[in-house]
Design a protein around this ligand. Structure first.
Ligand code: NDP
Ligand code: MG
Length: 377
């Protein structure tokens, strides 16, 4: 169990739940970071009393400095501020920013040997090999917050060497089974309404396109050191099983719980111990069916593309991720249609250079280029 934490992305869906969990568990919050939502960040600062807070947007940072002038908190800004928030004096960092902007601060936190409570999957998709190697070299713990990976992590505790196959479950999102013709007119409002989970806008759209499962496929490869052939995606619309592992002898272990991100967040903080929690319990009498099906890759081209990028390696996953971030932002702004997300990402991936062992600079350059290609800037 950790005793102090820094929360990157504290005003977001995972960030707010992480702050609540820290408060409930009596964990000291040493730093907070957000992009521009300073009204919520101010509330959080007044409550949690961190010594440091970072705001990515410089104008918002200046406004926050004025607003909390009566508090003993230092306010940083820009990427530097976010990186500093990742390295303040504390035991663990919750990486709950959205997007590959989380990459550098995560590497900084690893270099400072902090436990990473990892929600920001984009970081592993972009630079999983570099991040996992840095963590191993430095002896920094990475405990996944993403519910599927938290499930796999728990199923594998004490038996990593017995793993045969990962069964990565996913609900299939709100448009499961829809054809391209049917999804053509999907609006941002429809796409962010997930049947089982309340999440930030970007990941909700990713869940609808199944890109989220694709990102998680790559995230699982890196976290658990397996190849694409060792991971099978299983559509399980009820989201009761959060993922499973098949062991060498054929035994399958699953982790079940109500779909509430509070649970994996708490476990990432208390691991390897467990603490009581206030979350709803599974009631097997009320549970209706649990069903399973194979993903229809023809109807979920983003998932198929991510699986291809996982096999291709190099900068392909980083390009896919960056193009997806840019395309989803355009979709949420109403500037492109739902089906354009896949089209733009696929185009960026087609143009991605082949590179065997990209450096961090290669990855960041490919990320930037993919964003520029998608936004036309
Ligand atoms: P949200 O959009 O709800 O929150 C994102 C957070 O990151 C906000 O606090 C935002 O600040 C902050 N942020 C964004 N860009 C920057 C930046 N450049 N600098 C500093 N802060 C920044 O996202 P979620 O909480 O839904 O997701 C966060 C991460 O967790 C993602 O990687 C997602 O894939 C992952 N995840 C989320 C799950 C969920 O249930 N929500 C489940 C599993 C994984 P501001 O509010 O000021 O914009
Ligand atoms: Mg997930």
């Amino acid at each position: 169990m950790i005793h102090s934490v820094s929360i990157l992305g504290s005003t977001g869906s995972i960030g707010r739940q992480s702050l609540a969990a820290a408060e409930r568990l009596g964990i000291r919050v040493e730093a907070l970071a957000a992009r521009r939502n300073i009204s919520l960040l101010e509330e959080q600062i007044r409550r949690a009393k961190p010594s440091y807070a970072a705001v990515y947007d410089k104008k918002a940072a200046a406004d926050l400095r004025v607003a909390v002038a009566d508090m003993p908190v230092e306010i940083g800004e820009g990427l530097e501020g976010l990186r500093r928030a990742a390295t303040v004096d504390c035991e663990a960092v919750v990486t709950a920013v959205s997007g590959s902007v989380g990459l550098r601060p995560t590497l900084d936190a690893i270099a400072a040997k902090k436990r990473i409570c990892l929600a920001n999957k984009e970081t592993l998709v972009c630079a999983g090999s570099i991040v996992m190697k840095a963590a191993a070299d430095r002896g920094a713990e990475i405990v996944p917050v993403d519910s599927e990976h938290a499930a796999i992590f728990q199923c594998l505790e004490g038996r990593r060497d017995q793993l045969k196959k990962i069964l990565l479950t996913g609900s299939g999102g709100p448009f499961r089974g829809w054809t391209r013709e049917q999804t053509a007119s999907v609006t941002p409002e429809q796409a962010v309404r997930h049947p089982n989970w309340r999440m930030g806008a970007k990941i909700s759209v990713d869940s609808a396109t199944m890109m989220n499962k694709g990102l998680e496929f790559i995230e699982a490869m890196h976290l658990f050191g397996v190849t694409p052939d060792d991971i099978q995606v299983v559509v399980h619309p009820q989201s009761v099983i959060h993922s499973m592992v098949e062991l060498v002898d054929g035994t399958v272990l699953a982790q079940l719980a109500v779909p509430d991100m509070g649970l994996p967040i708490q476990y990432a903080m208390t691991w390897p111990e467990r603490e009581p929690s206030p979350y709803e319990r599974l009631d097997f009498w009320k549970m209706r069916d649990m069903t399973f099906e194979a993903p229809d890759l023809a109807k979920t081209p983003c998932l198929a593309l991510a699986m291809d990028c996982a096999r291709r390696g190099g900068v392909a996953p980083a390009v896919m991720n960056a193009a997806n971030e840019a395309a989803v932002a355009l979709f949420l702004q109403g500037r492109i249609g739902y089906n354009d997300i896949y089209d733009r990402v696929a185009e960026a991936v087609r143009r991605a250079p082949d590179m065997a062992d990209p450096t961090l600079d290669d990855i960041l350059a490919a990320d930037l280029e993919a964003r520029q290609l998608v936004t036309g800037r």
